[in-house]
Design a protein around this ligand. Structure first.
Ligand SMILES: Nc1nc2c(ncn2[C@@H]2O[C@H](COP(=O)(O)OP(=O)(O)OP(=O)(O)O)[C@@H](O)[C@H]2O)c(=O)[nH]1
Ligand SMILES: [Mg+2]
Length: 235
């Protein structure tokens, strides 16, 4: 059986990036490209549609809401998540997909730490936060990861079975810790990371975004570890 691939791009005011990004993604061996417009006030949605993406609208603001809305409309067996600011390379997508096609992984995480981080792409506080959380994940969940990158591929059936509940900044972390608790096959591959091509940062480039992201990421990492040990004790 051939597995099909859907790429899901959450986007908030990415009009300067989205058309080129969708075109580059469509040059890859993928079956469906979904751009989830999360309440953009610019031309993100029409430009994404004109470039050939299926545009899904999710008015509830939040990275997790956007990803979940994309998942709900995705037809692929493999779901790839990719930021809308062109900071990741669509040409590297086969690295993420192939371990799943070979049956070696159910979740493939693109690690910027193992790959190339271009100057200015990742501020020091984000590098520190990612390393700290990756270390904590090793300690609490026994999963060997080096980054918490959003560029990733997952088996649709695994993701649907996780019961994702974090609808904002915690979504990528929740996917990792729940998959780890499930003892799903998790593989890391190197990916490159560049500064966003155009437009404004909403997360790591702003104080508010960084504080909120850090709070949610650490909170989710600790909370599901606690739920895990409580469940084990009562079992
Ligand atoms: N759906 C949705 N997407 C968001 C939201 N905030 C950011 N995004 C998207 O999520 C991705 C990551 O946001 P960025 O602003 O690039 O955050 P960052 O990568 O930490 O910051 P940069 O340094 O500017 O790249 C981009 O595709 C954004 O358009 C949001 O509230 N909802
Ligand atoms: Mg970005």
């Amino acid at each position: 059986m051939t597995l099909t691939v859907t790429v899901i791009i959450p986007a908030l005011n990415e009009a300067g990036n989205i058309a080129d990004l969708v075109a580059a993604v469509l040059a890859q061996p993928v079956d469906q490209v979904i751009v989830v417009d999360n309440g953009s006030t610019d031309d993100t949605a029409p430009r994404a549609g004109a470039a050939g993406a299926l545009v899904v609208t999710e008015p509830r603001r939040g990275y997790g809401y956007a990803c979940a809305a994309g998942v709900a409309r995705a037809s692929g067996d493999i779901l790839v998540f990719l930021d809308g600011d062109f900071s990741f390379a669509p040409a590297e997508m086969p690295r993420l997909i192939e371990p799943i096609l070979r049956g070696e992984a159910e979740l493939v995480l693109g690690s910027r730490t193992r790959g190339i981080i271009l100057p200015g792409a990742m501020p020091p506080h984000q590098r520190f936060g990612n390393r700290l959380t990756a270390w904590l994940m090793g300690l609490l969940y026994g999963v060997a990861v080096t980054d918490l990158g959003p560029y990733r591929a997952v088996r649709r059936e695994l993701l649907l079975s996780l019961g994702m509940a974090e609808m904002t900044y915690g979504w990528p972390t929740e996917m990792m810790v729940k998959a780890a608790r499930r003892h799903a096959a998790i593989v890391e591959v190197p990916v490159s990371y560049a500064p966003r091509r155009a437009g404004k940062s909403k997360v790591s480039g702003t104080l508010r975004g960084s504080l909120l992201a850090g709070w949610y990421i650490l909170g989710v990492t600790l909370r599901y570890a606690f739920a895990h040990s409580a469940a084990q004790k009562s079992a």
